[in-house]
Design a protein around this ligand. Structure first.
Ligand SMILES: Nc1nc2c(ncn2[C@@H]2O[C@H](COP(=O)(O)OP(=O)(O)OP(=O)(O)O)[C@@H](O)[C@H]2O)c(=O)[nH]1
Ligand SMILES: [Mg+2]
Length: 291
């Protein structure tokens, strides 16, 4: 949702003064943008303290103020992509519910590190669908990564194991392990997911170094549940939010950061290999408010 889609600035600010009524509208819009009631109310208070009764030049002044405040909230959660490359090999599990963009994100991450001359392997631990294995294999060919798979229906944990071993034996830099998009209520899938970690830890107790949860910016409030559920069954180390190139602006990230305190390490801005960018709180906040 466009942040101020329905916010008729020309009308609201015709008086060029901020009043209580306008502040209420402002708070409502923030809530609609999924930032969470607490943050909406905090932002409203800040706004009130600094701007109420004052003449304002134009709407840009409002955008700038709001953007700065949001950026301040998010800044502590700027993660570092290079954390994915701190060990040799670094073992990275990529998790998330159906269709959020896990496989595509692995392709893009691989491309990013390939550009830095790193040696990469993709492990197809989404063994439930043939198309999922093929999709990851295509990405591996496209960006020049090694690829590890097993037959359809094989235990996903065994693919995790094989991938980690492959990375060790071939002295690679990073192994990205793709997982099936599982819904929280499918208990057996969750068990399979947990087993990936148990088995990786048998290879090395430090594995995986990173477990990234991919979230789709178009999801809205449900993203909070997704983090909650995946946190219960794995030690999440970071988030990647995809589809920020759509009309979804990802206000939910504020609520997520406040609640879970996880670093956001990258944002997906499209379907192509170069469409992944480090998370920058200032850029993100500007986009959230202005676009
Ligand atoms: N616009 C846009 N589309 C994206 C982005 N990331 C992924 N997609 C698209 O979202 C769809 C799902 O992406 P996948 O990478 O297959 O998602 P997944 O999480 O692996 O899905 P499952 O394996 O089915 O759980 C595909 O059509 C991708 O091209 C993004 O940043 N922006
Ligand atoms: Mg996938």
């Amino acid at each position: 949702m466009k942040f101020f889609e329905n916010f008729k600035f020309s009308n609201l600010f015709s008086k060029k003064k901020i009043d209580e009524n306008l502040l209420d509208n402002f708070e409502e819009l923030l809530i609609e943008s999924d930032v969470g009631t607490q943050i909406a109310s905090d932002l409203k208070e800040k706004f009130k303290k600094e701007k109420i009764g004052k003449e304002i030049k134009d709407e840009k002044e409002i955008f700038d103020f709001l953007g700065e405040q949001i950026s301040k909230i998010l800044y502590p959660y700027e993660g570092k992509l290079n954390n994915l490359n701190k060990n040799s090999p670094s073992i990275v599990v990529v998790a998330g519910v159906n269709g959020v963009g896990k496989t595509t994100t692995i392709g893009k991450l691989g491309k990013l590190f390939k550009n830095e001359g790193k040696k990469i392997v993709f492990g197809a631990a989404d063994t439930f669908r043939a198309a999922a294995i093929e999709q990851l294999e295509l990405w591996s060919k496209k960006i020049g990564a090694d690829f590890v798979k097993s037959d359809l229906g094989t235990d996903p944990a065994s693919v995790g194991f094989k991938t980690a071993k492959f990375a060790e034996d071939n002295k690679l830099d990073i192994a990205f392990i793709d997982t099936a998009g599982r819904l929280q209520n499918k208990k057996n899938l969750m068990e399979e997911y947990k087993k990936i970690f148990t088995v990786l830890k048998k290879v090395n107790p430090e594995y995986p170094h990173e477990t990234i949860l991919v979230l789709d910016a178009t999801t809205g409030q449900n993203a909070l549940n997704q983090v909650e559920e995946f946190k219960k069954i794995s030690n999440l180390t970071g988030l990647i939010i995809t589809k920020l190139d759509t009309s979804a602006k990802g206000g939910i990230l504020l609520a997520i950061c406040k609640k879970f305190g996880l670093p956001i390490i990258a944002v997906g801005m499209g379907e192509q290999e170069s469409d992944l960018h480090p998370f920058n709180s200032a850029t993100f906040s500007k986009m959230l408010v202005e676009n």
